[in-house]
Design a binder for this molecule. Structure first.
Ligand code: CAA
Ligand code: NAD
Length: 308
């Protein structure tokens, strides 16, 4: 009898460990959300991508379609018939829609990639918590906000984690899995398997400021801006120096433009508020000026540099 119970328990545990993710709901279809949607569709998940209006969703769809088409042509070395079939097949995994209400109810995994603002994220998750089944795993792609501050508005701290992708998502191999004390082992295991299924590499990190990559990367970027503001060197020379002298694929100003200056400013403002005496997070006049002028980097056509 005891043997039987143990067997049932084991089977149950196995089942939990291999909780199948099929339906993925991604909220926010900007730079990150559209990339995350793309890699999920390629891996064969049913993806719903939600953003605030149709115009934004059209842009997201265009971006994904363009990227998958390019991939397909490469995969089938220019055979456009086969490439078109591949493309059509992958696009069928994607739904672009303005409301998350229906998709949330049948989602296995939710990935939030909206603006880097704690109130907006909390408001969204409080609502999702009402809609999604109890076992749905909630994750945030936040760059800099504490996961526990976002998770706190929900009643599923066992099923809550950070899932931090990198830009450009289709190319960057890393995903950071950020866990809370309350995150269950099953959730971490499911996310680890899921990241692997996207053909990406995961690392785990506690819920500490900036996790691994941004804890090291953002201060470096801010220091570059401070050097430039002091007039120590031109932005072009700082970029050349880091590419040619340190082997970085992009210089710090190119990378800031690539990340988005609004996103960088949200990260910096948040950390400045939290650590007001840390000179690494001092407010930057040039960053404020560019964001005020709507020069948000590559995504808006201009930032530190101009883009066609
Ligand atoms: N979306 C999709 N694919 C892209 C892309 C994009 N935005 N930009 C480039 N690619 C693809 C290209 O199509 C190309 O693919 P193939 O090799 O299959 O042809 C490949 O990337 C290489 O592109 P290029 O040859 O044009 O250019 P490159 O060799 O200079 O590489 C890069 C481009 C991969 C972006 C490289 O410059 C790089 O690694 N830059 C640094 C990126 C980085 O540090 N990202 C992290 C940002 S921080 C972050 O994400 C965290 C946060 O919270 C803020
Ligand atoms: P983005 O500005 O390109 O896109 C954000 C999108 O979210 C916009 O399309 C906006 O319309 C949408 N949005 C805002 N509020 C929404 C809501 N309530 N419901 C639905 N959609 C909403 O920004 P991004 O670069 O994609 O960043 C998104 C998140 O990912 C942020 O938390 C950011 O810190 C993080 N992140 C950014 C990068 C990067 O390099 N840009 C890298 C890793 C993580």
């Amino acid at each position: 009898m005891i043997g039987m119970m143990q067997l049932i328990n084991l089977a149950h545990k196995r089942y939990c460990h291999h909780m199948k993710i099929k339906n993925v709901l991604i909220i926010g279809g900007g730079l990150m959300g559209s990339g995350i949607a793309q890699v999920n569709a390629i891996a064969g998940y049913n993806v719903t991508l939600v953003d605030q209006n149709k115009n934004i969703l059209d842009t997201s769809k265009e971006r994904v379609l363009k990227n998958i088409s390019k991939l397909a042509l490469k995969k089938y070395t220019g055979d456009s018939v086969k490439a078109n079939i591949f493309c059509k097949e992958k696009m069928e995994y994607l739904t672009f829609i303005e409301s998350h209400d229906q998709a949330a109810k049948k989602s296995d995994l939710i990935i939030e990639a909206i603006v880097e603002n704690i109130e907006n994220k909390q408001k969204l998750f409080a609502n999702l918590d009402q809609l999604a089944p109890k076992q749905t795993i909630f994750t945030s792609n936040t760059s800099s906000l504490p996961i526990k501050d976002i998770a706190r508005v929900t009643n599923r701290e066992e099923n809550f984690a950070g899932l931090h992708f990198f830009n450009p998502v289709p190319i960057m191999k890393l995903v950071e899995i950020i866990y809370l004390d309350s995150t269950s082992k099953e959730t971490i295991k499911t996310l680890t398997d899921y990241v692997k299924s996207l053909d990406k590499h995961s690392v785990r990190c506690k819920d500490t400021p900036g996790f691994i990559v941004n804890h090291l990367l953002i201060p470096y970027l801010i220091q570059a801006v401070q050097m430039y503001e002091r007039g120590d060197a031109s932005k072009e020379d700082i970029d050349s120096a880091m590419k040619l002298g340190a082997g970085y694929p992009m210089g710090p100003f190119e990378l800031l433009d690539f990340i988005g200056l609004d996103t960088t400013k949200f990260i910096l403002d948040g950390w400045h508020k939290k650590f007001p005496n840390n000179p690494l997070f001092a407010k930057s006049k040039i960053l404020e000026k560019l964001v005020n002028e709507k020069k948000l980097g590559k995504k808006s056509g201009a930032g530190f540099y101009e883009y066609k």
